[in-house]
Design a protein around this ligand. Structure first.
Ligand code: P53
Length: 485
């Protein structure tokens, strides 16, 4: 395998997680119930359910996560051993505001993050923080209908302001909404609920409701950017986009047009947050569909004044689409219009493996938005085997990271892309967002726990741990697959 390219000085090598997927301790420190706390376990191909409150007899894996809430001091020591320069996690909104609509924050929750961040900083690991990562307070879903309600802007910005003030000297890089564009994935009801707390009724046009919710999130996010700059001008606030580039299946012009439309539809969120305005086609689209959204001139001014400092994004896979016969609008519907790409392999969960897509996506975003980028998620969900001597030989994961890091390095060195850092997803095993499984593992650190929460919870270093440590030590130059333990 080939050698890598040295990255710029101060490049932030790190790791990424989200509060609800690893903390556990769901009722500790007066934490409230979040949407993730009422999501049952699913499995490969079986969607998770959102129950009406916590029900007896159901399994809720986010209640225990991987127990980071209790184990973080030891875990962060391991992160330091790996050489991480930054640690991306989220602040569970319900630890700070248990119901979401309180005036006063919960001190126990604030203190937890103070202590955890201090532990990171002691090892020169800087926390990188997402404010809303699929963990909206459940009370806001039930009482207000989640982000279909304009009041959410104030609740979110109050939460954001409390966090900015409290951690202004501990956290430089922030993101407002995790994968803000992922809610268009309407394959089953949960993405809308998970991202924005939207429960659909039979009267709802889901797309109209979703576009309205996204609009309120854009306004809330733009206000948060401005608030952060007022509190500490050093703070950098980013968007967070799920980048899955959409390719045309063939060179048929209709397929090209369809793929272009798919890119517009999936990534207009970035247009709004990075450029500060809605793209032209979207206004026509809303008119054509007859959507009557609550978008005021004051909102548009806020969006313009609060563009993000950088674009954070996740990259796991690329998609492929093709036009239907006789199609004229080329409207993209994620549920029906994705086709399999015969030229790339897939993970056991059907995610297409395509390292070049990472470089393609980085170029696409830079040409369009001209903002620094930050790869805040990338990774390979796979079945791992814990050997009798507690080793894990995950050469498939090393190979995935090798290929993606090499493409990332080319994007920086050859294409001139301004990249802040790279944080592989779930670098310590945690609960999968889409399936609720533990066995869909992304980690370089193994956590001995099964899908039902049984196990010692001991942490073991996988082969990829030693490999990534060497990558960081050489600042990206040594991507060789030999490892020394
Ligand atoms: P899991 C879909 C497509 C791309 C990224 O996902 C996605 C999703 C939603 O599942 O989510 C991000 O655990 C997300 C993380 C999540 C990670 O990707 O389903 O930001 O919370 O865990 C991996 O395999």
């Amino acid at each position: 395998m080939s050698e890598g390219i040295e990255m710029p000085k101060d490049f932030l090598w790190g790791g990424a997680v989200a509060a609800h997927q690893l903390e556990g301790g769901w009722q500790e420190g007066k934490k409230g119930v979040s949407i993730a706390d009422v999501m049952t376990a699913g499995s490969n191909g079986v969607a998770r359910k959102v129950t009406d409150g916590v029900k007896d007899g159901e399994i809720y894996p986010n209640h225990w996560g991987n127990d980071f809430y209790h184990m973080y001091p030891e875990d962060i020591k391991l992160f330091a051993e790996m050489g991480l320069k930054c640690f991306r996690t989220s602040i569970a909104w319900t630890r700070i505001f248990p119901n979401g609509d309180e005036e006063e924050p919960n001190e126990a929750g604030l203190k937890f993050y103070d202590d955890m961040f201090d532990k990171c900083l002691k090892y020169n690991i800087q926390p990188v923080i997402t404010l809303s990562h699929f963990e909206i307070p459940y009370h806001l879903v039930k009482e207000y209908g989640g982000w279909r309600n304009r009041k959410m802007i104030d609740f979110f910005d109050h939460f954001a302001e409390v966090c900015f003030r409290r951690y202004k000297d501990k956290v430089k890089y922030w993101m407002t909404f995790n994968e803000i564009n992922n809610q268009i994935d309407f394959r089953d009801p949960h993405p809308l609920l998970q991202d924005s707390g939207l429960e659909m009724t039979d009267e709802d046009n889901w797309e109209e409701v979703m576009l309205q919710a996204a609009h309120y999130e854009f306004v809330a996010s733009a206000k948060a950017v401005q608030l952060a700059h007022k509190i500490n001008p050093e703070m950098q606030v980013g968007s967070m986009i799920a980048m899955c580039p959409v390719y045309p299946l063939t060179s048929k012009p209709q397929d090209i047009m369809k793929a272009e439309r798919a890119m517009q539809y999936r990534y207009f969120y970035g247009d709004v947050q990075a450029l500060g305005f809605y793209p032209e086609w979207m206004e026509k689209y809303r008119d054509r569909k007859g959507y009557d959204l609550d978008i005021t001139n004051a909102d548009l001014a806020t969006i313009k004044a609060g563009t993000v400092d950088y674009v954070g994004f996740s990259y796991y896979m690329s998609f492929t689409t093709k036009a239907h016969d006789g199609e004229t609008h080329f409207d993209f519907d994620e549920h029906n219009d994705l086709v399999s790409n015969p030229t790339v392999p897939k993970t056991d969960w059907g995610w297409q493996i395509d390292s070049v897509g990472l470089r393609y996506g980085m170029n696409w975003m830079t040409t369009r938005w001209h903002k620094p980028l930050f790869i805040v998620e990338n990774g390979f969900g796979a079945h791992d085997k814990l050997e009798a001597d507690k080793t894990i030989h995950d050469d498939y994961r090393i190979s995935y990271f090798h290929d993606h890091i090499l493409e990332m390095e080319k994007a920086v060195k050859e294409d001139g892309i301004d990249l802040i850092g790279y944080t592989p997803w779930g670098f310590i095993d945690l609960i999968s967002a889409s399936t609720g499984e533990m066995k869909k593992r992304y980690g370089m650190i193994y956590v001995d726990q099964d899908d039902e929460g049984n196990g010692s919870k001991n942490r073991y270093k996988k082969d990829s741990f030693y490999w990534f440590k060497k990558v960081i030590e050489s600042n990206g130059k040594d991507l060789g697959t030999d490892i020394q333990k």
